[in-house]
Design a protein around this ligand. Structure first.
Ligand code: ZN
Length: 136
């Protein structure tokens, strides 16, 4: 059975990362800020295929965005694919300009790019795919 990730939003600081993000897990994350209506606006999409909590702590140190969301995944390939999905799905608001690279030494291809498909994905299809993964 597919596990459904929850979409909690946490304040980005050391205490919060220590409290909510397990050690020795891999996954994707989203950094962002709140608008005037207190809605979370996604500004940056990233991943760690080694230690998610350490990667997030580096963002704490850089003091970039006030809040984060994250998801655990089981394999580096899954992490890469979900990062790609997040990248394509949130392109309108994120500051990431460059498409995610495959993890070093691994020849993974983005399943959401035009060149790996006959037709580009529409916004609503991407939204549906993100929803299925608990990422929208
Ligand atoms: Zn892509």
């Amino acid at each position: 059975m597919a596990k459904v990730n929850s979409m909690e939003t946490y304040i980005l600081n050391k205490q919060s990362v220590a409290r909510h993000v397990k050690k020795a897990r891999i996954g994707t994350y989203i950094l962002g800020e709140f608008d005037r209506a207190n809605r979370f606006i996604r500004r940056y999409v990233g991943r760690s295929t080694t230690r998610l909590h350490e990667r997030l702590n580096r963002h704490v140190t850089n003091n970039e965005w006030p809040a984060f969301q994250f998801h655990y995944w089981e394999t580096p390939e899954e992490v890469f694919q979900m990062e790609c999905l997040l990248f394509h799905h949130n392109r309108d608001t994120i500051a990431n300009k460059r498409h995610p690279d495959a993890p070093r030494g691994l020849n993974y291809k983005c399943p959401y790019c035009v060149d790996s498909r006959e037709k580009p994905l529409t916004k609503s299809t991407l939204n549906e795919m993100a929803k299925q993964q608990g990422l929208n």
